[in-house]
Design a protein. Structure first.
Length: 164
C-alpha cells in the first residue's frame, strides 16, 4: 500500500477549479468537463488505494468503467472551486462500485455513480484485483460505514410520462 494519508471518514476529497476551456456556449461548465472533474476524483482515489500510475505501468493493471450515471443538480461556472468527494460503495474481486459528489462550497452540483472493473492493459481482459488493492478498497469502505447511504445511489434515468 502507498504512503498517502487515508481520510479518517473514508471519503477521498479532490479540489479543482473551473477553467475557461471548460465553459461552453451556454456560459456554464460543459457536460464533458463534469466527467473530467469526476475522473480527476477517480484518479485521486485510485492513487490512494495504491493503483497509481507507477503501479498501473509496472503491473499492467488498472480499472475501466463499465457503466456510469451522472445527475446534474446545479450549474458550475467559470472560476468555481469544485470539491469532488469519492466513496467506495462496494467491491468484489474484480469490480468496484464508486459514488461521487461534486460541490461548490455547500451546494451539491452533480453526482456520479460508476461501476468499474479490474483490467489488464496488455491482455485487454478483466483480471482480479491484487491483494494490496483489495486492502485499499476495504480500508476506504470500512471507514465510510459510519456515514449513511447516499439517497442518490442506485438511481436510474426517470421514465418520461406519455404526452397528452
Amino acid at each position: 500500500m502507498n504512503n498517502k494519508i487515508f481520510p479518517t471518514n473514508g471519503i477521498v476529497v479532490t479540489d479543482l477549479k473551473v477553467i475557461p476551456e471548460w465553459i461552453d456556449y451556454n456560459n456554464h461548465m460543459n457536460v464533458v468537463y463534469y466527467v473530467q472533474a469526476f475522473e480527476t476524483g477517480f484518479d485521486f482515489y485510485k492513487d490512494l488505494i495504491g493503483m497509481d500510475l507507477a503501479y498501473i505501468q509496472s503491473r499492467n493493471l488498472s480499472t475501466v468503467s463499465l457503466e456510469s450515471h451522472i445527475c446534474y443538480k446545479k450549474e458550475a461556472d467559470l472560476n468555481d472551486v469544485l470539491r469532488i468527494e469519492t466513496r467506495v460503495v462496494e467491491f468484489d474481486n474484480k469490480r468496484a462500485h464508486i459514488y461521487q459528489e461534486m460541490y461548490r462550497e455547500a451546494d451539491l452540483l452533480a453526482t456520479q455513480e460508476t461501476l468499474s472493473i479490474s483490467f489488464n492493459t496488455l491482455t485487454r481482459k478483466t483480471q482480479e484485483f491484487e491483494l494490496e488493492i483489495i486492502r485499499g478498497y476495504t480500508r476506504l469502505r470500512d471507514a465510510q460505514k459510519a456515514h449513511a447511504a447516499q439517497p442518490e445511489i442506485n438511481k436510474s434515468i426517470r421514465k418520461l410520462s406519455p404526452a397528452n
